[in-house]
Design a protein around this ligand. Sequence first.
Ligand code: NG1
Length: 412
Amino acid sequence: MGSSWVDHGLPDPSEAFRKAFPGRSPTLLSRAPGRVNLIGEHTDYNGLPVFPMALRQEIRILLSPRDDALVRVVNRKREFGPREFTISHEIPPHVTGDWANYLKAPCQALARRFGDLNGFDALVSSTLPVASGLSSSSALVIALGQAVLRVNEKTLSTLDFAEEMAAAERYTGTQGGGMDQAISAGALEGHASRIEFGPLEVFETPVPEDWRFVVAHTLVRAEKSGFAQDAYNTRTKECREALEVVAGVAAARGLAPEGVVSYHHLLERVCIQDLVDLGEENLEGTLLKRLRHVVTEGSRVYDAEHAMKRGDRLTFGLLMNASHQSLREDYEVSSPELDELVDLALGAGAAGARLTGAGFGGCMVALAGPDSVDGVMESMEQGFYQPRGDVGKLDQILFQAEASQGATVETL
Ligand code: NG1
């Protein structure tokens, strides 16, 4: 175990654990990866597919089980202070945005599901940049939830666990979909996954060996505790409003039954173009834009999955570009920094580039081939990071994504 911590540039944390919890030693290691979403953005909470892969960067939690219900957690990142609470089916939340809520969320959900649970002492480390659209929050929820299960000798299937954790994370105030939890819990190494919702299903595709996904951080944190959470939740509401209008019209015209409550079900009855047409006839302004993004983005996921299966990098790249354009113009979640990174990547020969995750800052992902990847990385370094001065460790904000395995928990 020691060597893999060193691989991530972290000193062996067992000592830190003993320092944080004198007299106690860790007996379990729970790890859960972040993810980069390749295409299918802001579709999950609309019941439409996404296409992410898990990253090598991850959350790691060292644990020592307790024989009472107390949970004590120390984070190696100083900005996240120590937190302590008791597991129960009604855990009072900290203020919105406090990182403790990502610890309490899985504990409360699993207590509701399984009854009385024991707690633990835990030390959290991370190799994931925070608030970057790479899902550090869900990785924390998955790593902690999985730890709760192991400490209490409870089991859930991967998909059941992922769904439970997606619902649990809403405790933090974000009305999120289920993408991040599903990929973090269940990813297959070397693969990207199309994830479907309602019911949750996962379909893997091997990532072609000569495809390189470059991830670059805007240096702007997309905090789900403030503006980004409001902007995100507003969009979930707008999507529901747009759906109600077009579903109503579709029902009135006999195209779909009354009371359709998801884009997924509406698209089983009405084809994409007809749905966009219905939107254009019956919606205007923001609601029309939101509907157009969601519906077209869902279909891009299937096209992109097929392109990956064929090894067709060119088509995959064009779909990424179309996704970014739609996210920028119709969904209005891009930012000047994201657009700048996308332009730099394309200018350096990337097949495609787009914002990844919720947007409002965070990261960009670009697709390159073996011949162009170095040029793409260099263009980011010289065109984006060098002019901004001291940006810290470059390999933490600019890296090639490696499709990695989902969460695991091991006995030390
Ligand atoms: P990020 O970017 O990791 O905050 C969020 C949601 C996803 C999905 C994407 C947009 C959470 C935990 N995650 O991800 O479910 O909707 O935005 O595609 O809310």
